[in-house]
Design a protein around this ligand. Sequence first.
Ligand SMILES: Cc1cc2nc3c(=O)[nH]c(=O)nc-3n(C[C@H](O)[C@H](O)[C@H](O)COP(=O)(O)O)c2cc1C
Ligand code: SF4
Length: 440
Amino acid sequence: MPAESVLMRFVEGEGTADLDAYVQAGGYEAARHALTTLTPESVIDIVDQSGLRGKGGAGFPTGRKWKFIPKGAPVKYVVVNGDEAEPCTFKDHMLLERAPHLLVEGIIITAYAVGAHTAYAYVRREGYLARERLRQAVAVAYERGFLGRKIFGTDMDLDVVVHTGAGAYIAGEETALLESLEGRRAMPRQRPPFPAVAGLYGKPTVINNVETLSHLPAVIRLGPEAYRSLGPPALFSVSGHVRRPGVYELPLGTPMHELIEHAGGLREGRRFKAAFPGGSSSAILTAEHLDVPMDYEPLRVAGSMLGSASLIVMDDTTCIVRVVARAVGFYKEESCGKCTPCREGTYWLSLVFDRILHGRGRMEDLDLLAHISKGLNGTCFCLLGESVPPSLDASLQHFRHEYEYHIGTGRCDVEDRLPPQHFAARSTGDPGAAAGTPGA
Ligand SMILES: Cc1cc2nc3c(=O)[nH]c(=O)nc-3n(C[C@H](O)[C@H](O)[C@H](O)COP(=O)(O)O)c2cc1C
Ligand code: SF4
């Protein structure tokens, strides 16, 4: 944790799902301060100066996004993106389960800043506990007067509705989420107009991720400079071949190897092989990138991205071909089918991977994979389809020999090189012991 933890201190121990525990830890004081002493414009300026960027994947500066909301519009909405279906991203659900009032307080601050009186929190169906904890938090916040009419004795009215998502990855894409909220199938909308201008029911809408909004109480409490001097802080979901997978709060810019050490390091006797630094949509990095700072710009320069800050670690027991095949399979399943490159491209990639992994691959398949991947770049209607090329291209670049071994021998290079006791461990049910995907 950083010197001052802004989120995890509300999560650790018993957590602060209980309102009294949250209030005792200083909860709702930032919202009270904002509503009773700051103007909406100054709240937006503070958030802008704090350096807070969206935690849902795109990293757009939060204050700047709020500035796009037209001031004079009579009806505006706040929408919370709690879909969190990106493989190996689990920070939002943790916040909702253990510290849901952080989000409720963040919603109050946001609604005040942009002049909204209704907020919708969209939480996916599978996140049952997260949704229930948020519902309870909202209900008790109404009872205590933190939501509803004349909040903190001011003229501010705010209603919060918790909405159950239907469990599709594409529903996390902000315009598809709006479609789903309005009762239609989750499919992305044409942009422009952007949601800030014409979002939910055609009204100006701020859409932010659960973690993004949960940072706001700290931003207001500490002020922009002090908040920024903490990194700014961020939650990292760390998974795969580490001893202690979990959520870690650390300053942005923490080197990748340090993050791995926080998560307990690699398993006994294993070597680092590769990692997705920002979820399965980010390009795979190799051991030469272990020092790369986990921040937007350095990861971009390294050829990858921070995304939702989900580090997936793979040690030397990992077959990269299987990992990428699995990621491709996920995007194929989750493609909404609206546009041809994504719908057909992910399907054909899956077929090619299937034959490579079943000993029927041909060397020309490597060019075919690269060709289909190129066809996805810049041609898809939304970023789901464009999530496939980064890891596929990086795997073909850095681990081509593993593909060639699969195709040439019909077997897996990694499995062939692992000692026999590894397979003994697999037969005893140790999930991390076999070559394949981390945590498979
Ligand atoms: C396919 C796809 C899935 C997404 N899933 C999520 C998600 O589950 N949660 C999320 O906050 N953002 C998700 N996003 C990003 C959102 O479209 C949007 O950028 C984000 O909610 C904005 O909030 P932020 O600025 O606070 O990050 C997804 C984007 C795409 C293209
Ligand atoms: S890129 Fe994929 S998920 Fe996005 S609109 Fe096209 S088909 Fe749907």
